[in-house]
Design a protein. Structure first.
Length: 274
């Protein structure tokens, strides 16, 4: 399989499954768009493996070994071929890809987090690392300044994901809301299981939202370091995620019955409002 064929496959995966992320990718020039799509397809594959009813630890460890060998050209798997080519064009840190797999492996080992400090490390691996890898493709004016901001932006998006997906994660046997914070605000896991929001739910979720806001504000300091089209890419998906957060607030965080969702018009408004 050559690079063009591999990119065609990772582009297909991105078009069919990326959702909010795909909106931002569209505005990038071709080479950057293909590289980001390869990163997305890799992240999607790893996430899917972690979310199997029986998490695919052996397959995840195989992927970890494969990405440790990049950017040496790979044969066969389209995602690895595309990643190898992208890494030959952009300074994507291999350690970021390894971090992503390590984060997925954490899902094989645990389904609760005692504190934000513990959850932060998980989020850094599964989302902060993606932000770092993508930032390398954007080619910022200062890598030293961009790297921590890109990581923080990834943490912000993951925090919003955690809020949005409470019910879905429960169906997988997972609770990412920190146990210490559930206890502090008087929210039990029974409330999540039954979808019955008690008096502490709003305060708990306001606390999560404040964290997301702070992380987003810091992460968006990445924008001045990027060229116009890369900055527009980041503004697009960050704006959509902020729109999801505002929708959750407006609906009193009723995410236990239906996950928030923005229409096309609402996405456009959210991007403009950022």
């Amino acid at each position: 399989m050559n690079a063009a064929e591999a990119y065609a496959e990772t582009d297909r995966i991105t078009r069919e499954t990326a959702g909010n992320f795909a909106w931002g990718i569209r505005v990038l020039p071709g080479p950057k768009r293909r590289a980001i799509a390869a990163l997305y397809a890799f992240a999607r594959r790893v996430d899917d493996l972690a979310d199997r009813p029986e998490p695919a630890r052996a397959e995840l460890e195989s992927w970890r070994a494969a990405v440790e060998g990049l950017p040496v050209a790979q044969d066969g798997d389209a995602i690895l071929v595309a990643l190898a080519d992208a890494m030959s064009r952009y300074p994507i840190p291999p350690a970021a890809l390894v971090d992503l797999v390590d984060g997925a492996l954490m899902d094989c080992e645990r389904d609760r987090y005692a504190s934000w400090e513990e959850l932060h490390e998980y989020c850094r691996r599964v989302a902060g690392a993606v932000g770092v890898a993508c930032a390398a493709v954007y080619e910022p004016s200062s890598w030293e300044a961009a790297r921590p901001r890109a990581q923080t932006l990834g943490l912000a998006l993951q925090q919003i994901n955690i809020m949005r997906d409470v019910a879905e994660d429960w169906s997988l046997g997972r609770v990412y809301l920190p146990q210490e914070e559930l206890s502090r605000f008087g929210v039990s896991e029974d409330e999540i299981a039954t979808g019955s929001r008690g008096p502490g739910w709003r305060a708990l979720m306001d606390h999560q939202a404040a964290r997301a806001d702070a992380l987003m504000q810091k992460g968006l300091e990445l924008l001045p370091l990027l060229d116009r089209r890369s900055a527009l890419c980041v503004r697009t998906f960050a704006g959509i995620y902020r729109g999801l957060l505002e929708q959750m607030r407006a609906h009193d965080y009723d995410v236990l019955h239906e996950a928030p969702h923005l229409s096309t018009v609402e996405k456009m408004r959210a991007v403009v409002a950022l």
